[in-house]
Write a protein that binds this ligand. Structure first.
Ligand SMILES: [Cu+2]
Length: 64
């Protein structure tokens, strides 16, 4: 399943890395593309969108 989220407070590469790592803790097979310019995070994963949103929120970011 592909999940596309906007994370407006993903400001820089360190934010993108923190978000990517949070998702990988949930699903280490996930493919994550995080674009700090567009604020879009694209995730290819088996876990649910709500789980991914929670993981990003727990990392300190606010997916819309
Ligand atoms: Cu940052």
């Amino acid at each position: 399943m592909t999940i596309e989220l906007k994370v407006p407070d993903m400001a820089c590469g360190a934010c993108a890395k923190a978000i990517t790592e949070a998702i990988h803790q949930l699903d280490d097979q996930a493919s994550v593309t995080a674009d700090t310019q567009t604020k879009e995070v694209k995730i290819e994963t088996q876990v649910s969108e709500s789980s991914v949103r929670n993981a990003i929120a727990e990392a300190g970011y606010s997916p819309t």
